[in-house]
Write a protein that binds this ligand. Structure first.
Ligand SMILES: [Zn+2]
Length: 410
């Protein structure tokens, strides 16, 4: 069945269309225009005053790590391995181990859905993800080549940097690795190591990059590499983060990632706040809100080699985020949004989560939902998030609060 959203402010990528129409048929966007041109038999939904964005793409997470509180007794760390050792001996890690891995994946999916994220990159070997990431509330990016990181003490994920990067070039998929996450001698050489292994190209996606030198940034720009910025996680673990302005000024494609809540942010809203504060502190000026939105839309689609995402245009997948906000500056409205501002999230052409005002739409499309209070706002959600929360609480045998899932039954 075709349906359409009318009278919304559509942020198509670079521009915004005032009082426009987005038409959806099955999983795809079939038409975007300034006028309301009603398709035959299409259900029309008036979204006056709302802003319509492409569904957000989170370029870095570890879904198995969807748990709290954060680990970090010995901050700031020298590298990820020191943190990982603390993680493995932390009481919250032992607690987390009692929960089914598939439920940790579900928690990760719902945590992102509440923020308008419709796709996420889960950095883990494929065979692990394939075991647990089933029937997820949002899409998990599945086509990528990978390494864990670039040092000799990296986890043995994938077939090695040279082979994985070559696979990425051949299949036109991203080659993703943690890079320059720390300050030991080997970590500082990460970019030159990648260069010596012939692994710097437009397929290359480097996560973190907190120790990039000027020379590294030059090399990344020359080779058209992509960088995933994770400000909350970096500032928490290392009290430092990527030199994002220098990267963008050099022309490097920069995306945004939340990392897992065991080191990173609870929500993309928190990530926006940290990004803004860091930029103000480091550069003495405000970051352009459009740049932040681009990092989760067009830039992310480019880095992840997703030709069907990141923009609202005919033929793209119908992944959409509707928020309440100021139509004269939609970008700032999104980067200053919070849970209550999320009005509707559509993934693959299906409403997944939204304000209770959209209940008639869920009903008309026969989508079962649960009623929630999300930080005091009445929302509805497809899928059994309350059952999931119940399973998690019975697994750990107490009434665990999960800061990244601020929900209660309504
Ligand atoms: Zn990571």
């Amino acid at each position: 069945m075709a349906w359409e959203l009318v009278n919304g402010t559509i942020v198509t990528g670079k521009d915004a269309i005032d009082r426009g129409t987005v038409q959806i048929d099955k999983e795809h966007i079939t038409h975007v225009s300034k006028s309301a041109r009603k398709a035959q038999d299409a259900m029309q939904i008036d979204v006056s005053g709302m802003l319509i964005f492409p569904g957000l793409i989170n370029c870095h997470d570890h879904l198995l790590g969807t748990y709290v509180p954060r680990v970090g007794d010995r901050r700031p760390y020298m590298n990820w391995l020191e943190w990982d050792n603390d993680l493995k001996s932390a009481p919250q890690y032992a607690e987390r181990q009692q929960i089914e891995s598939s439920d940790l994946y579900q928690l990760g999916g719902f945590r992102h859905l509440l923020c308008g994220i419709t796709r996420v990159q889960d950095h883990i070997p494929h065979f692990v993800r394939e075991l647990f990431a089933k029937n997820m509330p949002i899409r998990i990016i599945s086509d990528f080549a990978m390494a864990h990181s670039v040092t000799s003490y990296a986890l043995k994920w994938g077939d090695g940097i040279e082979i994985e990067h070559a696979k990425a070039v051949e299949k036109k998929i991203p080659f993703i690795t943690h890079c320059s996450e720390g300050f030991d001698e080997e970590t500082l050489k990460s970019v030159s190591t990648l260069q010596s292994k012939n692994a710097l190209s437009r397929q290359t996606v480097l996560v973190h990059g907190i120790a990039f030198s000027d020379k590294d940034i030059e090399l990344l720009a020359e080779n058209k590499c992509n960088v995933v910025w994770c400000p909350v996680s970096n500032l928490y673990m290392f009290e430092q983060t990527a030199r994002v302005k220098e990267l963008m000024d050099a022309g490097v494609n920069v995306c945004l990632g939340t990392d897992s809540p065991m080191s990173g942010s609870f929500s993309i809203f928190e990530e926006f706040r940290a990004a803004r504060e860091f930029y103000r502190f480091a550069y003495g000026r405000e970051i352009d809100d459009r740049l932040l939105v681009d990092m989760l839309t067009v830039n992310a689609a480019r880095a992840m080699c997703l030709s069907d995402a990141g923009e609202i245009a005919e033929g793209k997948r119908a992944d959409l985020l509707l928020i309440d906000g100021n139509t004269s500056n939609p970008w700032a409205s999104l980067t200053h949004a919070d849970y209550s501002d999320i009005m509707l999230v559509i993934a693959d052409g299906v409403p997944k989560y939204g304000d209770v005002a959209f209940a008639p739409v869920f009903d008309a499309m026969k989508i079962p939902y649960q009623n929630l209070l999300v930080k005091g706002s009445r929302k509805i959600i497809a899928g059994d998030v309350l059952g999931l929360l119940g399973r998690v609480r019975s697994a750990v045998k107490f009434n665990k609060e999960l800061d990244f899932l601020p929900i209660e039954a309504a």
